[in-house]
Design a protein around this ligand. Structure first.
Ligand code: ZN
Length: 131
């Protein structure tokens, strides 16, 4: 966004609401800029910005996760063995408890490490986390 566009957006945002025309922007409050500007104040982040960032994160994450992995959830993880039930419990704790910042799964091939890690990533992506 160049300076002219910023000035145009500022002028549009400072018009009295009675003469505001439909701008065509998704967010009328910030004209899709992501920040609210007022004279003599620091810009404030607009509420629409979080959604925009989540969309960016989702797009970036989708580059990492192929379509076939999108349905990998903790509910679809089949825990037959006791250690797999522990993996599932650890994954749920990781997602729900505060103060848990990392998780590590070690084990032989085919026990579900990838499935459960992708499921965790999918859950995090839904919250807007960058994975
Ligand atoms: Zn906005």
């Amino acid at each position: 966004m160049d300076m002219n566009q910023i000035l145009e957006n500022l002028a549009r945002m400072t018009k009295p609401s009675s003469i505001k025309e439909s701008s065509g922007y998704e967010c009328e409050a910030c004209c899709d800029f992501g920040y609210l500007w007022k004279l003599n104040e620091f810009p404030k982040e607009c509420g629409c910005n979080l959604k925009k960032m989540n969309d960016v994160y989702l797009e970036r994450s989708s580059e990492l996760f192929a379509e076939e992995y999108k349905d990998f959830t903790l509910k679809s993880f089949i825990a037959k063995e006791q250690f797999q039930k522990y993996m599932l419990s650890a994954a749920n704790n990781f997602l729900t408890k505060t103060g848990v910042f990392s998780i590590l799964f070690l084990g032989q091939s085919g026990v579900g490490k990838s499935h459960i890690c992708i499921a965790i990533a999918n859950e995090l992506i839904k919250t807007g986390a960058y994975v």
